[in-house]
Ligand binder design. Structure first.
Ligand code: LLP
Length: 449
């Protein structure tokens, strides 16, 4: 989505694309014969052992990103947004590091809880929570439910077992426009999430929740968008939400103790692009929170944040095998064995990536090429007009960094190609986390005529 990231530098000319590993996991190293190692594991060896397409997740990179968040946001609940990518091992890493979890369906919730994630550290979202979502939330003892519409207030209250109370937050829309693409901007009233601050929907919902003895309103939530690269929109949103906390105190005499600022922290997908500076964000948000609470004579609420992409995106690498190279009148198409079924982001958001040839040395100069997938659709483009060696050919390996978020979690079974496996790499060892989707997996739900 980098074409739309505010403040990012203009697209470099393909021949000038840097060959640095700056957006790769910190463990990435050039290796002999044009190979690259990640977590001490050679990509060529990984491709041979596990097949392609293949996704690698650098465990240390994920853990270090969790720790960096905790250092930048002391006294804050850092909740991993599971929609970015979910598997059991990742849940364990995130839990071990002391994070909580943000889920948005009964599926994500059950996956987490049955993997041993403590339910009280989980927050459930959703603009349209189904009866199953709510039933699972109450049955599994989810920590907080984020109310996103007035309709769900009575529904949740009705499910709360007698004598207990369910903690809830209200998701509010602060009227801040931010985010790397129209489809992922959620801070203004012209989209489906949350309850309007300016339109009064938020205050109306607060009043109704306070009238429900089965619900314990513990705070407000806002998530203004995704792939945001500057702290400014967060501090603007925060001021609006703190003012709302003050109005709730004035009107209802209630001090809400929690404030969840959502996620949306932008990452760079190509060398030279801007990423949100998490340390700077932490410092700015905490300073602004203290100042606006002091101004409103409010106690500082406990802060929560919900990063997804910034925790796992840069820890992931996608690895493909070239199946065909086609030179048309003006373009070179490099077709690989994956595509929009494992990474729909270029098609959905115009996301741009920096693929790279690995596993072979070449003296050929860089030429513009378009990396396409294997699906029956011309829009199946993984990376348009990128710089690849002029002699790229079938059998070569192409690696795409920053592939850890919103690829496999949005993957599909299009053309029944089957979703790729995921391996963890760390300390020179690779282990399978999620196996490749088989023909039996793909057809097993079809119960016949
Ligand atoms: N909290 C809430 C309530 C959210 O809706 C989201 C993302 C997050 C946290 C985490 O946002 P992150 O830190 O990962 O940006 N499929 C799109 C992104 C959609 C994000 C939806 N909500 C993409 O591939 O860019």
């Amino acid at each position: 989505m980098t074409t739309a990231v505010p403040g990012s530098p203009a697209e470099p000319a393909p021949s000038a694309v840097p060959t640095s590993l700056s957006v790769w996991p910190a463990s990435a190293r050039p290796a002999p014969d044009g190979d690259i190692t990640v977590g001490g594991v050679g990509l060529t060896e990984a491709a041979e052992r596990f097949g392609t397409p293949l996704y690698l997740l650098d465990e240390r990179e994920v853990r270090e990103r969790c720790r960096a968040y905790l250092r930048s946001f002391p006294d804050t609940d850092v909740l991993y947004a599971a929609k970015a990518f979910l598997c059991r091992a990742l849940l364990h890493w995130v839990r071990d590091e002391g994070l909580g979890l943000d889920v948005c369906s009964a599926g994500e919730l059950e996956y987490a809880v049955t993997s041993g994630f403590p339910p009280e550290r989980i927050v459930l979202h959703g603009n349209a929570k189904s009866p199953r979502d709510l039933e699972a939330a109450l049955r599994l003892g989810v920590g907080r439910v984020v109310i996103d519409s007035a309709w769900e207030i009575a529904r949740i209250a009705a499910l709360v077992p007698a004598g207990t109370r369910q903690k809830v937050l209200v998701r509010v829309v602060p009227g801040v426009s931010a985010g790397g693409h129209a489809a992922i901007r959620t801070g203004t009233d012209d989209q489906k999430f949350g309850l309007s601050v300016t339109g009064g929907g938020a205050e109306h919902a607060v009043a109704r929740i306070l009238g429900q003895p089965a619900l314990e309103l513990v705070g407000l939530h806002c998530h203004i968008g995704s792939q945001i690269t500057e702290p400014g929109p967060y501090t603007t949103a925060l001021r609006t939400v703190v003012q709302l906390l003050a109005r709730i105190r004035d009107r209802h005499g209630t001090l809400l103790p929690e404030l969840d600022l959502g996620g949306g922290h932008g990452v760079a997908h190509r060398p030279g692009e801007r990423a949100l500076d998490i340390r700077a964000l932490g410092a700015r948000v905490r300073r602004e929170l203290a100042a606006s609470c002091a101004e409103a004579a409010l106690p500082v609420p406990r802060l929560a944040i919900e990063p997804g992409r910034a925790l796992v995106g840069p820890a992931g690498v996608a690895l493909y095998r070239v199946l065909a190279v086609k030179r048309t009148g003006t373009r070179v198409f490099v077709a690989v064995d994956g595509g929009m079924s494992d990474n729909p982001r270029p098609a959905l958001y115009g996301a741009r990536y920096a693929p790279r040839l690995v596993g072979r040395r070449t003296t050929a100069g860089l030429r513009p090429a378009t990396v396409v997938g294997r699906h029956c659709e011309a829009g199946d483009v993984l990376a348009a007009e990128v710089a690849l060696p002029g002699d790229v050919r079938p059998g070569d390996l192409i690696a795409v960094p920053v592939a850890g978020a919103y690829h496999l979690s949005m993957a599909s079974s299009y053309n029944l190609v089957g979703r790729p496996p995921v391996i963890a790499v760390a300390d020179g060892r690779a282990r399978l986390l999620v196996r490749r989707e088989s023909f039996a997996d793909l057809t097993g739900r079809d119960i016949g005529l």
